[in-house]
Structure formats: structure tokens, C-alpha cells
Design a protein around this ligand. Structure first.
Ligand SMILES: Nc1ncnc2c1ncn2[C@@H]1O[C@H](COP(=O)(O)OP(=O)(O)OP(=O)(O)O)[C@@H](O)[C@H]1O
Length: 648
């Protein structure tokens, strides 16, 4: 796989950030320009005031003239101060907009659409975290780079203007100062980039681990085990070690930023000594009067301020090295945004292929039985939807799948055909690859070899939105949000929910009565995480809510990965019966370790080492007396013995 974490050229990142700012508000460059001119004028006026005062004294100006001119300067400085404060506020406000209205929105959308397999990988998770940090911390990424644009601009303006002022007095100053400054900036850039490359991964690793341990320690779910097993010492020790490691790295990183400042101070010292020597020599030789001498003295002193700071905040060196350092965040953001989305076609690509696909699928289905012919009519229905009342057909053709970095295939040369409307029970030992198969069907993973066809069409050929409509699933790990029951079921905002459909889904999932008994009914929050009146539902109730979610979606392909593991036996039987009714007209794949559930399915697939080992109805497989029959007998024997014990 191509390296995910890319490093973009520094200038390209600055251009990228500036472009984002500009596209959000075309007035942005003006704000920065006005603020930069104000940032330049304030120290410039302060630098020339002494020479103006001396000049007035030399000319023996009267009190009113002296006072009037000084007042103009003081008022000028005050107005500049007000303009600076106003534009600082405007720029900061716009920066927040870029961070939280534009960048945050893009990162959140990307997290939800990026290819699932990538998101699940260590590097993918790390980049997603990096992209989040790039906009939500003040000291890195977007925020800091945007804050630094203004000091960068007004300090640069100061350096240019002061150099031009100094040229007539000392013509050699330009080449000498230019060479010194360019060398300085290059050294500083090299050092800053070295520090960034050397410590970036360690910083990320320690920060993310500290964050992980902190989050787990604040979770109420984890809190039970933490207290029961006295994990607090272990947690604190781990966090202490991480924090110490982070402090060490932090010191080293700061050293990398201290070095450019040190080098700059030395350059400035040399530069100032030369400039002062020339100035004093010219003054003593009578080439300069007191006014001009004072003026140039102010300019030379101010020059160091533009470079090293002091003239209204950070100097050019600091702004430049901060903007280099903050590339960390922008690199993370851009690398993350460049990751591919799910490997589905876009709507446009799909339309272009549609004609071709229709032709192929017709030929394909003509070869199959009459049932398939019926189904082919529903592949590309005239109303533009792929929803079908008969479910969808599935076909795995020589499918191989291996997790990245794994030594063996989890699924190996799998060949399996499922007719529209069939209810399949997928059975097998732990780790056989059942959940992996469901995730492949959901399009989260992609086969390394072979094809998965839904209604004769490869999954990746469907546009993302169209494909998602085809599949409803309930997974083992329960994903519920701390919002209302209704929103959890409909996965939409309250006002967009179809009330009737919601009620029906809750009824079919056998949770309506419980929800309606609560004071706020379906508006009750799931958990009290965000709402003090929220309700903590039991595992079984949550599974029913998730089932209602799959039913509300009403997709023609229903994938149920142990959806009843948290239900009591009575509730489970009731749910099975409901499933049986609900799954009529849908293609269903049902994974369960409780083999009693398989009797509701019209076909059972015993799955082992990523391949179909046995395939048939319950009676057929029992007759075959293979792995399924053994598993079934062991389980029923266990229940019988249990039953026997209790009878005694
Ligand atoms: N993200 C992953 N990366 C690497 N290996 C994985 C990943 N997810 C699962 N596996 C491995 O793939 C194999 C199949 O896992 P899968 O979850 O599909 O099995 P299963 O049949 O659903 O198991 P169970 O019945 O216990 O739920 C297991 O050996 C598991 O360790």
C-alpha cells in the first residue's frame, strides 16, 4: 500500500492554508495586509520620534509646533493601535471559522467516508487523529499557521523597508544583510525540519497513548473493571512513564527551536556591531548630523526587532520557524484528506457503466434458472432504485481475503451463491471468518482476489449511496449514540423521522412497549452521557433497538451478526420468530452460535477456515452427520443435560 503519511513542501502547505482562508472569505488577504501595515507602522513611528524631536529642538521650534507635531505622532500611534486590535479580532474570528466551520466539517465527513479498511489500520487511525489535532489545538496546524501569517508579513515588510532606508547611507548593507538573513533562514529551516522529522512519530505515539489511557480511565463502562481489578496503579504508572517520555522529547524538540533563535541572535549581534561602527564613524567624521544619526540608530535597532521580535510580538525568525513547525498538522490533515474513500464508483462513473452492466447481467441471468430470470428484472428497476421485494442475489466467486500483515487468508477461494429471498444461517467455530464475510458484504473490506456480486453486479461497481441502501446489518459490537431512541433507530434528525415507520420498526423489534412506558417515550436519550434524564438500557434492549434500526432501514439484504446474543431465551425465541416473518422477501444472512436459531433459516452453511464446508437444510446436514451435526448434538446434549439436572 502507498505510504499514507506524506510530507508536503513547506511552501505548498502555506499556499494550501492561505487558499482555504481565501476561499472562505475573499477579504482575508486585505485583513492581513491592513494589519501588517499597522504592525509595521507602529514600531516605525516609535523609531523615528526621537530623530523628529531632536530635529525640532535643533530648529528651535516653538512650543505649539513641537507639541502639535508630537501630538500627531502620539495620536497616529493610538489610531494604529486601535486598527491593529480591530483587525486582530477580525482575523482571529475568521481563523476560528476556517478551523471549525470549514476544516472540522471536512475532517468529520472524511472520517465517515474514508475506506473502512484504511480507518481500521494503525496508520489510518493515526492520520485521522492527526487531522483532528490539526484544527483543534492552538499550538499546531491550522490555528498556529494562520496566527503566524500576520507577524510573518509585517516583519518581512519591516525588514524590506528598513533595508531600503539603510541603502543610501551604507550601500553595501543590502548584499551583506541579505546574505546573512538568507543563510540564517536556511539554517533555521533545516534545523526546524530536522526536529520535526526526528520527533514527530514519538510525540504522536506518546500523546495518543496518554489520551487513550485517559479516555479509558474516564469511561463508566471501563470504570467497573478498573475498580474491581485495582487497575488504578497500573494506569497511573503507565501514564507517568508516558508523560516523562513526552517531557524528554519536548525538551529535545524545544532545543531544535532554540538553536535557530540562538543563531539569529549571534547573526544580529554581528550585523548590529558592523552597522553601529559604520554609523558612529560617519557621525564622528561629521558626515551625519544629530538628527540623521538618531534616525539611523533607531532604524538599526528596529531592524533586529523585525528579525528577532520585540516590535509588536514575534519576529520574522519566530514566525518562520513556527510556520515550519506547524507543518506537522497540515501534513497530517492533507495526508488524511488524500486517503481514498470506499472503493465504490461515483454516481457519474456508474451511469457511464450502467448500459454495459445491463447487457452483461442480462446474458449472465439468461444462463441461470427461471428464478434468476425473475430476479434479473429487479436488478435495474425502471424507477431507478435497486430495492426489491424479493431480496437480492449474492454470489462469491473465488473470493480470497487476508487482513493486512496477516500470514494466511481468512477467506480462501470462497464460492457461494445465494438466491433472492433466501434466509441463510452462517455457522462455524470462533475465528472461522463469519464476521469478516459480513464486513466484505458491507463493502468495508475488499477481496484480495475474486468477486462478490450482488444482483450480478460487483459491489465496488455500485455507487456508495446506492449500495448502502441495499444493506441493513446488526453487528456484534453495539453502536448506539447518546441521543434519542428515535434518532438511534432512524439515524436521522428528529424532524426528518417517519413516525409511523419508527413505531412499526419498534413494534417488530419488540421494544415498543418498553420505550412507550418511559416518560419521554422515543425521545428518551440512550444513556445519560449527554442528558441527565437519559436511560441506561440493558444489553438485550439495546440489541432490540439496533434491530429496529435495521428494520427501519428496510433494506433488501439483511446481515445479522449474533444479534440475539444478549437476549434471554424467551426473548430470543420471540425475536427469531419475528425474524422469520420479517426476513420474508429479504435475503438474510444470520450468524449465531445458538444453533436452535438455524431452524428459522431455509439453508445452513457451515463455514470453516474461510470456506464452505457443509451446505444444506438442517435435516440434510444432520443426515450428513458432519461438523454441523456434531456441533448441534453437543449443544442440544448440553441443554438436555442442563434440563435433566434442573429436573432432578
Ligand atoms: N481487523 C483485523 N485484523 C487482523 N485480523 C483480524 C481482524 N479482524 C479479525 N481478524 C482475524 O480474522 C479471523 C476471523 O475473524 P472473524 O471475526 O471474522 O471470525 P468469526 O468467525 O466472526 O469469529 P466469532 O465467531 O468469534 O465472532 C480471526 O482469526 C481474527 O483474529
Amino acid at each position: 500500500m502507498e505510504k499514507m503519511n506524506k510530507e508536503y513542501p513547506v511552501f505548498s502547505n502555506w499556499k494550501f492554508v492561505f487558499h482555504e482562508m481565501y476561499s472562505l472569505d475573499h477579504k482575508y488577504p486585505w485583513y492581513i495586509a491592513i494589519r501588517s501595515v499597522a504592525g509595521f507602522l507602529a514600531p516605525f513611528i516609535a523609531a523615528i520620534i526621537p530623530s523628529v524631536a531632536i530635529s525640532l529642538v535643533e530648529k528651535r521650534a516653538d512650543f505649539l509646533t513641537f507639541f502639535g507635531i508630537m501630538l500627531v505622532f502620539v495620536l497616529g500611534n493610538m489610531i494604529i493601535g486601535i486598527i491593529s486590535a480591530k483587525y486582530d479580532f477580525l482575523i482571529k474570528k475568521k481563523n476560528y471559522k476556517v478551523q471549525f466551520q470549514s476544516v472540522q466539517k471536512k475532517v468529520i465527513s472524511k472520517i465517515m467516508t474514508v475506506d473502512y479498511q484504511i480507518l481500521e489500520s494503525v496508520e489510518g487511525k493515526r492520520l485521522a487523529d492527526g487531522a483532528k489535532y490539526s484544527y483543534c489545538v492552538e499550538w499546531n496546524g491550522w490555528s498556529r499557521i494562520m496566527d503566524m501569517f500576520t507577524p510573518f508579513a509585517f516583519n518581512l515588510l519591516g525588514i524590506i523597508v528598513y533595508t531600503i532606508i539603510l541603502i543610501p547611507r551604507c550601500p553595501w548593507v543590502l548584499p551583506v544583510f541579505a546574505i546573512m538573513s538568507i543563510m540564517n533562514v536556511m539554517i533555521e529551516r533545516k534545523i526546524a525540519l530536522k526536529g520535526y522529522r526526528k520527533y514527530r512519530e514519538t510525540i504522536w505515539e506518546t500523546d495518543s497513548r496518554v489520551e487513550y489511557f485517559f479516555q479509558r480511565s474516564t469511561s463508566a463502562t471501563d470504570g467497573k473493571d478498573i475498580r474491581l481489578y485495582r487497575m488504578e496503579k497500573w494506569f497511573v504508572d503507565v501514564m507517568n512513564t508516558l508523560v516523562q517520555r513526552r517531557m524528554k522529547v519536548w525538551k529535545r524538540v524545544e532545543m531544535y527551536y532554540f538553536l535557530p533563535h540562538l543563531s539569529d541572535t549571534i547573526w544580529s549581534f554581528v550585523r548590529d556591531i558592523i552597522a553601529y561602527t559604520v554609523l558612529v564613524t560617519q557621525f564622528l567624521a561629521g558626515e551625519l548630523n544629530a538628527t540623521t544619526f538618531t534616525f539611523y540608530l533607531g532604524i538599526i535597532t528596529g531592524f533586529a526587532g523585525w528579525l528577532n521580535g520585540g516590535n509588536m510580538g514575534d519576529g520574522f525568525v519566530r514566525a518562520n520557524s513556527e510556520m515550519i513547525r506547524c507543518n506537522w498538522g497540515i501534513n497530517d490533515y492533507r495526508s488524511f484528506m488524500d486517503l481514498p474513500d470506499s472503493k465504490h464508483n461515483t454516481d457519474k462513473e456508474n451511469q457511464e457503466r450502467k448500459a454495459d452492466q445491463e447487457e452483461t447481467s442480462k446474458t449472465l441471468y439468461q444462463k441461470n434458472d427461471t428464478d434468476q430470470e425473475e430476479i434479473s428484472k429487479t436488478i435495474y428497476p425502471q424507477d431507478g432504485t435497486d430495492q426489491t421485494e424479493k431480496g437480492v442475489t449474492l454470489e462469491f466467486k473465488n473470493v480470497c481475503f487476508r487482513y493486512p500483515g496477516a500470514e494466511h487468508d481468512v477467506i480462501h477461494n470462497l464460492n457461494l451463491k445465494v438466491k433472492a429471498g433466501e434466509n441463510i444461517a452462517l455457522v462455524g467455530v470462533n475465528g472461522a471468518g463469519k464476521t469478516t464475510l459480513v464486513k466484505l458484504l458491507c463493502g468495508f473490506y475488499h477481496p484480495n482476489k475474486g468477486q462478490i456480486l450482488i444482483n450480478g453486479r460487483e459491489i465496488s461497481d455500485y455507487p456508495e449511496t446506492e449500495y448502502r441502501k441495499l444493506v441493513g446489518a446488526v453487528f456484534q459490537d453495539m453502536m448506539v449514540m447518546a441521543t434519542s431512541v428515535a434518532e438511534n433507530i432512524a439515524c436521522e434528525k428528529q424532524e426528518d423521522i417517519d413516525e409511523q415507520k419508527l413505531r412499526q420498526a419498534m413494534r417488530l423489534a419488540d421494544i415498543e412497549e418498553k420505550i412507550c412506558s418511559l416518560p419521554r417515550k422515543e425521545k428518551t436519550s440512550v444513556t445519560n452521557f449527554l442528558d441527565k434524564d437519559g436511560v441506561s438500557f440493558s444489553g438485550g434492549e439495546l440489541q432490540r433497538i439496533l434491530l429496529a434500526r435495521a428494520l427501519y432501514k428496510d433494506a433488501p439484504l439483511l446481515l445479522l451478526d449474533e444479534p440475539t446474543s444478549a437476549l434471554d431465551p424467551l426473548a430470543e425465541t420471540a425475536v427469531y420468530e419475528q425474524y422469520h416473518r420479517l426476513s420474508q422477501g429479504k435475503t438474510t444472512i444470520f450468524i449465531s452460535h445458538r444453533l436452535a436459531s438455524t431452524k428459522f433459516c431455509n439453508r445452513i452453511i457451515y463455514y470453516e477456515n474461510g470456506q464452505v464446508k457443509e451446505d444444506g437444510t438442517h435435516d440434510e446436514l444432520m443426515k450428513e452427520n458432519g461438523a454441523y451435526a456434531r456441533m448441534f448434538e453437543i449443544q442440544s446434549q448440553y441443554y438436555n443435560e442442563k434440563g435433566g439436572d434442573s429436573d432432578e
